[in-house]
Design a protein around this ligand. Sequence first.
Ligand code: NIG
Ligand code: FE
Length: 404
Amino acid sequence: MVKADLAILNIGQIASPKKAGPIRGKEMSSLETRHNMHIAIEGGKISYVGRENVEAREYIDGTGLVAIPGFVDSHTHIPFVGSRSKEFLMRLSGKSYMEIMKTGGGIRSTVKEVRKASASELVAESLRHLDRMLSLGVTTIEGKSGYGLDKENELKQLKVLKTLDSIHPVDLVPTFLGAHAVAEEYESSDSFLYSMAEMLDDVSEYTDTVDIFCENGVFSENQSRWYLKRAKEKGFKLKLHADELSASGGGRLAVELGALSADHLISADDGTLELLSNSNTVATILPGTSFFLNEAFAKGRELVDRGAIVALASDFNPGSCNIYDPFFIIFLAVSRCGLSVEEAIIAYTVNGAKALCLEDRKGRIEAGFDADLVLIKAGDYSEIVYNFSRNIVSGVIKSGKRVR
Ligand code: NIG
Ligand code: FE
């Protein structure tokens, strides 16, 4: 007899990555299914998966449900405030994301809003997003600063992430993205980047990860190299917005510097895809952004075929991707980037966890892992894709507690 705090009994199907992460290339199809099993949860962790009787304080009937690991969204821009719906309409009438950015819109317009907002306004707005994301099964979320662009406001965003982590069931993982755009009070991008580098010691109290928007017209490959090397010397892990809108050298640079992840990769050339695929840098694709901006999609199929560690995330932000629904992102990854359903689930769970250095704790349904689970009303996990426009989530367990 297994004893537990919470038991989910007779689960129709458990679908979970078969092996420990990170999972690369061909092995990304290795999603394992087990049928009519129980999951026991104790102290916020999965303590048992199997068919033995479980005696628990609380039970959930898993009949007719599929259990998958909670989604790990390893790339969002939470916290922010304000809408950029006007820009969305401008793009539909022909203006590009970069054109809007160069004329003072884009990231800088959210910076204005975030600078004006108090920490508690940022918290309140973010909580609304987190509630909805959690109810869709997203149990771990990375959030970035990058809408402050000065010390006071970058730290404000990082503190907000810390507060959110402490008051909301979702696990929040913070990243410093001071190098997101050049603040309007700076004439040169070099002097702005220098000011961000000067802040690294201050932000180290709140995060161990640094990101940069390495993009032609924002921060060049050389500028990014200079900045990220400084961050690395100080012990930070590195992430890059790489080859998003144009081939800008970010993917290559990520491999050169041993970055944790290179994100976007819509415009990455063949050589870059090959370098990434032979490295331990996670290649994170964000198809929601391609869809929202009406741009090309990253070559997910090629990355998997070449052997990369591919992760899938939302990029949820007010400007380039107002989407946080993992089911829709998975639908896009499968229908537009050529991933199989199995690969997409692995990319959004254990490989997303790898992109946050959490692969030993999150992204699998195994004894010892965090009890973060999604219960879906379906006969088989593959129905996730077909049902992308319905909410088929019937339950969410976060750190061993039922939150939906
Ligand atoms: O990932 N590219 C830079 N950052 C975001 C967009 C942020 C914004 O437009 O506010 C992205 O696409
Ligand atoms: Fe982003």
